[in-house]
Write a protein of this length. Structure first.
Length: 185
């Protein structure tokens, strides 16, 4: 999707998309580059948008792994379905229903979660329940990545994971933070 089309879609649905620009290739490369995808079987992307980050993940993930990309915007889902890769499952549903899709496909654990969900504009209880369900499904030492444009929500992850590392990518509009948590048990 072009930047102008994304801008229009973002303006129309600001309360659910939370931005008017897609992540830059630098932000996508940095976030995926921080992850350890070796040996992964089940990877999850939340708030996949038009698939800009999805393509970066697919390039780096193992041949035998599956990627579940959750997105509620029908226009974005249509675009993602054009990505010709049998490892990608586009889930046109809310990330709140993560457990159902993972279980239905026979997975018990998630290796890595990449999220660009706009938690700043979602109700607190929804944000909390999504992050908690990611924590519950992650394998021990599994990684959770979240894009944010501020650090206002940092405590949400700290409370659930007990740890948060922060990286920064200036080359994005707006410049963005990548919050990284590990499931340490
Ligand atoms: C900030 S955009 C990120 C898009 C893309 N991943 C990127 O990096 O450019 C957030 C996306 O989350 C989606 N979204 C919002 N609430 C959602 C939910 N409950 N479940 C799944 N996706 C959701 C929006 O429709 C939007 O496409």
């Amino acid at each position: 999707m072009g930047r102008m089309e994304f801008f229009k879609e973002g303006l129309k649905n600001l309360k659910t998309i939370g931005t008017v620009t897609p992540s830059s290739k630098y932000l996508c490369a940095k976030m995926v580059g921080l992850s350890d995808l070796i040996g992964s079987k089940c990877i999850v992307e939340l708030g996949a948008g038009d698939g800009v980050m999805t393509s970066h993940i697919l390039k780096r993930m193992p041949a035998g792994a599956m990627l579940f990309a959750f997105e509620i915007n029908p226009k974005f889902c249509e675009l993602m379905r054009e990505i010709d890769d049998p490892r990608l499952i586009v889930v046109e549903d809310s990330a709140e229903h993560l457990a159902k899709y993972i279980n239905d496909h026979g997975f018990e654990q998630i290796d890595v979660v990449f999220s660009a969900l706009p938690f700043v504009v979602l109700p607190d209880e929804v944000s909390q329940s999504i992050v908690q369900s990611c924590y519950d499904f992650l394998k021990p030492l599994g990684q959770f990545f979240q894009v944010h444009y501020s650090l206002l929500e940092k405590n949400l992850y700290k409370r659930i994971f007990g740890n948060v590392n922060v990286s920064f990518q200036l080359l994005n509009i707006p410049p963005a933070f990548i919050l990284t948590c590990s499931k340490i048990i």
